[in-house]
Design a protein around this ligand. Structure first.
Ligand code: NAD
Ligand code: UGA
Length: 462
């Protein structure tokens, strides 16, 4: 039924962001027989996708894009034309936390999703499969189906859920070898047929036993639950990091000891300044809101505590800084090593560095930000306290004249800096707060630093 008969399937994706761009580039690279078009209303983003300066930093992405762009991968702002010609429409628009009205602060804001559904109805001329790629509250497919199928053109839209599990920084490897691909559909004949059509796409490179098919509600809910479980592990180990600091236990040793239990597993147990990223907090709060809306208040409180522990960890980190720096940081220079919410990305959404900088600025410190990829985003995030903030792309320059360094992002390059040189150029006593536990604390202490890791005893000279 596709317009371009040269291709076996005509696939489009609405939303050319951190998910839409990489996932569609991966599909196009793996499946040259399909035409894949990614559309967005943001013209600057689309122009960047069509250039060598992609709008997001993701290791390996440019190579994959270059492999398929212009062959069977296209980026465009003509949303209506793309919808008209597509047989399969992935929707990967943003679904942030609602900031207004009913459910503000917790529920998902579905305005972009609904707008997309209406755009699809308007431009369509034949039946289509609509794939929920965005993370959505359980039972959204029902609402979408209602909007889509309330058309007077006699067109049938089948909605399936195919949530995305990639992590930023490792997106291309995650897409190449996913732990699983999840596809949920209605269990009707049309639903199962649509599901099979999506299975067929992934089966081009993903082993069949890794492609899970479920009912549509399980797929929607599993995405929220996966993020909630991952974030819960971080909050759990972070809560223990506070206890370790009081008891002379060492959080690495505890993590290693418990992680050896195959029922617990060793991954995702790194104590940190707190989890960031666009999704963990928003998806848990969404889960909390859904539980509340079904009257499951105990369930809601249980998951909410994961977010509360994360806020506590950030606050606790800054409180330690102030306490050990003689209860005042007013006028002191503090160099922030890293601003992205994790290494290997320029993304700063919900980065703990934002809250930490704002708290430090409130204490009237001068915060000097350095990051290999996130400086542009950092500038936008810090508009409200910009008079207290400086930027230095070179970490040595950032640390020069500073009273303290705080490691906010686990960029590999921060491990191999010449800390002797850095120490010599800093104010004394010089402090390092390692919010990621990536540095050699003993070696830094020998140089002369007072070192405050997370979840282990401090290395002090006083
Ligand atoms: P993003 O903000 O980077 O991208 C969304 C894009 O959608 C934007 O470029 C925006 O301009 C576009 N858009 C919004 N409304 C539109 C419309 N009506 N027509 C055309 N384009 C429109 O968001 P993202 O990080 O890619 O996340 C997208 C979804 O995927 C979210 O639901 C998120 O929860 C989920 N998710 C994200 C990640 C991640 O690592 N970022 C991972 C898994 C799932
Ligand atoms: C996360 C999930 O890992 C993905 O599966 C999911 O698709 C995605 O959210 C999403 O839905 O958006 P992402 O946020 O990109 O991916 O990155 P993660 O590697 O999960 O890290 C999230 C945060 O947790 C980062 O701030 C990271 O530094 C922190 N973290 C992670 C820790 O503090 N400790 C750990 O042990 C692991």
């Amino acid at each position: 039924m596709g317009f371009d008969s040269k291709f076996a399937k005509n696939i489009i994706c609405i939303g050319a962001g951190y998910v839409g761009g990489p996932t569609m580039a991966a599909i196009a690279a793996k499946c040259p027989q399909y035409k894949v078009t990614v559309v967005d209303i943001n013209a600057a983003r689309i122009a960047a996708w069509n250039s060598d300066h992609l709008p997001i930093y993701e290791p390996g992405l440019l190579d994959v894009v270059k492999q398929a762009r212009g062959r069977n991968l296209f980026f465009s702002t003509d949303v209506a034309k793309a919808i008209k010609e597509a047989e399969i429409i992935f929707v990967s628009v943003n679904t942030p936390t609602k900031t207004f009205g009913e459910g503000a602060g917790k529920a998902a804001d579905l305005q972009y999703w609904e707008k997309t559904a209406r755009d699809i109805v308007k431009a369509s001329e034949f039946d289509k499969i609509i794939v929920e790629k965005s993370t959505l509250p359980v039972r959204t497919a029902k609402a979408m189906e209602r909007i889509l199928n309330a058309n007077d053109k006699g067109i049938h839209f089948e909605v399936v859920s195919n949530p995305e599990f990639l992590a930023e920084g490792t997106a291309m490897a995650d897409l190449e070898k996913p732990d699983r691909v999840l596809i949920g559909s209605q269990l009707t004949e049309a639903g199962l047929k649509a599901c099979e059509s999506i299975v067929e796409i992934y089966a081009n490179w993903v082993p069949r036993d890794r492609i899970l098919t479920t009912n549509v509600w399980s797929a929607e809910l599993s995405k929220l639950v996966a993020n909630a479980f991952l974030a819960q592990r971080i909050s759990s180990i972070n809560s223990i990091s506070a206890l370790c600091e009081r008891t002379e236990a060492n959080v690495y040793e505890v993590a290693r000891a418990i992680g050896k239990d195959s029922r617990i597993g060793s991954r995702f147990l790194n104590a940190s300044i707190g989890f960031g990223g666009s999704c963990f907090k928003k998806d848990i709060l969404n889960l909390v809101y859904i539980a509340e809306s079904y009257g499951l208040h105990e369930v809601a409180r249980y998951w909410e505590s994961v977010v509360l522990m994360n806020e506590y960890q950030k606050r606790r980190f800054v409180q330690t800084m102030i306490r050990v720096m003689f209860n005042t940081i007013a006028g002191k220079r503090i160099a922030l090593f890293g601003f992205a919410f994790k290494a290997d990305t320029g993304d700063t959404r919900e980065s703990p560095a934002i809250d930490v900088t704002k708290q430090l600025a409130e204490e009237r410190a001068i915060v000097v930000i350095t990051d290999p990829q996130a400086m542009e985003n950092a500038r936008k995030d810090l508009e409200s306290c910009i008079s207290q903030v400086e930027f230095a792309s070179d970490p040595y320059a950032a640390a020069r004249g500073a009273h303290a360094i705080t490691v906010m992002t686990e960029w590999a390059e921060y491990k191999s800096l010449d800390y002797r040189r850095i120490y010599e150029e800093m104010e004394k006593p010089a402090f390092i707060f390692d919010g990621r536990n990536i540095l050699d604390h003993e070696a830094l202490h020998k140089i002369g630093f007072n070192v405050f890791p997370l979840g282990t005893a401090a290395w002090k000279h006083f």
